[in-house]
Design a binder for this molecule. Structure first.
Ligand code: TMP
Ligand code: ASP
Length: 237
């Protein structure tokens, strides 16, 4: 039996080589971190939920014209994805004030923004993923200006599609983070994951938080919240 070579271990996933140089295998862990790794724990069953939920959403986005890294789900926790070079920019879209937006700008959590906004963060845990401007991204050589424009446009397209999907299962998409990857041919595709780790999702009726804020803020019922989101999505898909 051959053992797959571990290429990379992140906070929530492991990435393994496969026989195909253009494809890697991602294995989702139950490990949870917050505040750039300062708070650590486990969320039982999270890996399986995030893997399957992310694949469900990437399949939906692909069907609506968004190119992603998804190749094929292998098991509850494992998926084959295209090997890409991750663009070191975390792209955050916000519809409602929460999290660092509220803290940084003094806007109460829950306030509707007049229109969705896109923010860029440098993907660098040691620096605490700082917020960056377009000029910062350009002078650091993280992306070209046309790539930045494409990231912004793709993120807003994903926002429209995800808002509709989540609204259909009585969830409000407050904000989320996307990562993009560059294929060997230079094409940029949506990568990483879309899950309650990377989105803020509130119940439409009660506004109960059903995402990683339950872990970040010690609100309890963390596992149940992840399962609830996945159950609602599978019920309508
Ligand atoms: P923030 O309010 O902490 O800046 O987070 C905005 C959104 O991005 C929220 O849905 C959580 C998500 N996010 C990640 O997925 N990974 C991260 O490292 C951070 C900081 C936020
Ligand atoms: N994903 C980041 C971390 O692990 C931050 C967060 O989600 O709050 O630390």
């Amino acid at each position: 039996m051959t053992v797959d070579t571990l290429l990379y271990e992140g906070k929530a996933k492991k990435v393994y080589a496969t026989d195909d140089a253009e494809v890697v295998k991602v294995s989702y862990k139950d490990d949870a971190t917050a505040f750039n790794g300062v708070k650590r724990g486990q969320i039982a069953g999270k890996g399986a939920v995030n893997n399957q939920m992310s694949n469900l959403l990437f399949t939906y986005l692909e069907a609506n014209g968004v190119n992603t890294h998804l190749v094929e789900q292998l098991s509850e926790r494992e998926t084959l994805v295209k090997k890409v070079q991750i663009v070191p920019i975390e792209v955050v879209v916000r519809n409602i004030a929460a999290g660092t937006f509220s803290k940084r700008l003094g806007v109460m959590e829950g306030v509707d923004l007049p229109h969705p906004i896109v923010e860029f963060y440098l993907k660098n845990d040691e620096l605490g993923d700082p917020l960056i401007t377009d000029d910062h991204a350009l002078v650091l050589g993280l992306a070209t200006s046309s790539e930045l424009a494409a990231l912004r446009e793709q993120a807003l397209t994903v926002n429209r599609l995800l808002q509709a999907k989540f609204a259909a299962c009585q969830l409000i998409l407050v904000d989320f983070k996307l990562e993009f990857g560059k294929q060997s041919d230079g094409a940029i595709v949506l990568a990483d994951e879309i899950s309650p780790d990377t989105c803020r999702l509130w119940d439409s009726e009660t506004r109960k938080k059903l995402d990683k804020d339950r872990f970040r803020q010690d609100l309890g019922d963390v596992e149940d919240a992840y399962q609830e989101v996945f159950a609602r999505l599978t019920a309508i898909s």
